[in-house]
Design a protein around this ligand. Structure first.
Ligand SMILES: Cc1cc2nc3c(=O)[nH]c(=O)nc-3n(C[C@H](O)[C@H](O)[C@H](O)COP(=O)(O)OP(=O)(O)OC[C@H]3O[C@@H](n4cnc5c(N)ncnc54)[C@H](O)[C@@H]3O)c2cc1C
Length: 422
């Protein structure tokens, strides 16, 4: 019988390490996560059960190092022709086991994109931060702190708002930045973060792109406070909290790329956020397929396996149709990010808008499919022991972040219809 490995991958252009990443993460998932994940919900504060799985994946297998240059202990993925497509496979395989782990793992790369990716590799900051991630067998987390109490969607709505609503300030004092502000929700906050990438403004209210700043802040600097974790509907492996920066002092060179370039390359961070979101959805749906295959073969209706009935077959077909399409879209978007000479820069409004469109398409399809699979499995859908309701809760969360569905729709319409005020 076909398995999850029979969903299509674009063999003519995937990364040579795609299969390797797939195999090592599949083994980790089956051994270190899937047998324990039903108890993750109760572990949302302590992470006693979850932490060993992170340590294995990120520290021992070394996957937290992949973006850094090889001579600094990394795997050089930041300067590869396969940065995005290899990342897609990694995120998808991790999300098959647990999308909360996938988010925490993926977001660790999010701020590092600003300094590890070509053509804007910042060698000095790579040298500064590589040892934190590369010289240890324990999981080390980074966070991307953008959302603020006055609204997250506005901060990500970069083309129109241009950073003018950002309230976290960065003021130069000699050779240091002084950072003040309050952030909400960064993945990997709640006490686990070691390194923040902080979205700030050097002139509150300004729409001048030079005033948008992305500055690294080690979490142990005086004045940094991470609040208690929020309790969410799912994704217990991803800790989120308030974070306060109170007169935090960091060296001037901790600014990622500099005036104008911080704004430009942060849009690449948004593109990768969209790619990751598609991969999380795709990975979770692969596991839903596995759960459903098992259910449909072992449950009978009028003496036949339930899959032999028309109405059930329609739900099964819709699910696999959507997995196929979401997978193809995910790899295609990764290809577009990996081949800027063909598709234009990863930070262009076009690439951001297309990523938003693919992300909300994937989320909409997955949320609808999961609802229908829950109906199909009836009481089995709500049974925690079957893990379906876990994916149902987790996938909904993917739809909510990064400005939610509305920002995806606005940016898609804006680019294709040249809207001026949206
Ligand atoms: C699990 C999880 C992980 C997250 N990880 C991170 C992270 O790593 N870093 C980080 O900084 N944040 C993170 N977030 C926060 C997330 O990105 C924000 O919640 C999101 O961007 C929306 O911001 P908001 O909640 O402030 O809603 P708001 O921006 O206040 O929006 C509220 C509503 O208004 C709508 N809206 C806003 N502006 C417009 C407009 N112009 N036109 C029409 N409708 C509009 C929105 O779509 C939404 O429906 C995370 C959130 C979750 C749930």
């Amino acid at each position: 019988m076909p398995s999850i490995d029979d969903f299509t991958r674009p063999k003519e252009y995937i990364s040579p390490i795609d299969d390797y990443f797939g195999k090592i993460v599949r083994q980790w998932a089956d051994k270190e996560v899937i047998p324990y994940r039903q108890r993750y919900d109760e572990d949302w504060q302590e992470h006693r059960l979850i932490e060993p799985a992170f340590d294995k994946l990120m520290g021992e297998l070394g996957l937290q190092r992949v973006l850094f240059p090889e001579d600094l202990g990394g795997w050089g993925l930041g300067h590869s022709h396969y940065t995005a497509s290899a990342s897609f496979r990694l995120m998808e395989e991790v999300a098959r086991a647990d999308s909360g782990i996938a988010v925490a793992f993926g977001v660790t790369f999010w701020p590092l994109i600003m300094i590890c990716n070509e053509p804007h590799l910042n060698r000095r900051l790579c040298e500064e931060f590589a040892p934190l991630f590369c010289n240890t067998n324990k999981a080390v987390f980074a966070a991307n702190a953008m959302t603020e109490p006055q609204g997250g969607a506005d901060i990500e709505n970069m083309e129109i708002i241009k950073g003018s609503t950002i309230e976290t300030t960065a003021v130069l004092d000699g050779d240091d930045w002084i950072i003040n502000g309050h952030k909400l929700w960064p993945t990997n906050s709640g006490g686990v973060c070691s390194l923040f990438g902080v979205v700030c403004t050097t002139r509150p209210g300004s729409k001048d792109l030079n005033d948008f700043a992305f500055i690294f802040v080690p979490a142990d600097r005086p004045g940094v406070t991470q609040g208690n974790s929020y309790q969410k509907a799912g994704m217990a492996a991803d800790k989120n909290s308030d974070v306060w920066f109170d007169h935090v002092r960091v060296p001037k060179y901790y600014r990622a790329c500099g005036p104008g370039d911080d704004y430009k390359y942060f849009k690449e961070v948004i593109s990768f956020g969209n790619l990751g979101s598609i991969a999380f959805v795709c990975g979770a749906m692969m596991n839903v397929f596995e759960i459903l295959q098992n259910f449909c073969n072992s449950n009978l209706y009028r003496g036949l396996p339930v899959k032999e009935h028309d109405a059930v077959a329609a739900v099964l077909a819709d699910l696999v149709k959507d997995i196929e399409i979401i997978r193809i879209i995910g790899y295609q978007y990764a290809r577009m990010l990996d081949r800027p000479e063909l598709y234009g820069p990863r930070w262009s409004d076009e690439i951001v808008a297309k990523g938003r469109a693919y992300k909300y398409f994937a989320c909409d399809r997955a949320v609808e499919d999961l609802g229908r699979v829950m109906n199909l499995m009836e009481s089995g859908g709500s049974d925690r022991a079957r893990d379906l309701e876990k994916h149902w809760r987790d996938i909904k969360i993917v739809q909510l972040w990064m400005g939610g569905k509305q920002l995806c729709q606005m940016e898609t319409a804006r680019w294709f219809f040249d809207c001026k005020t949206l």
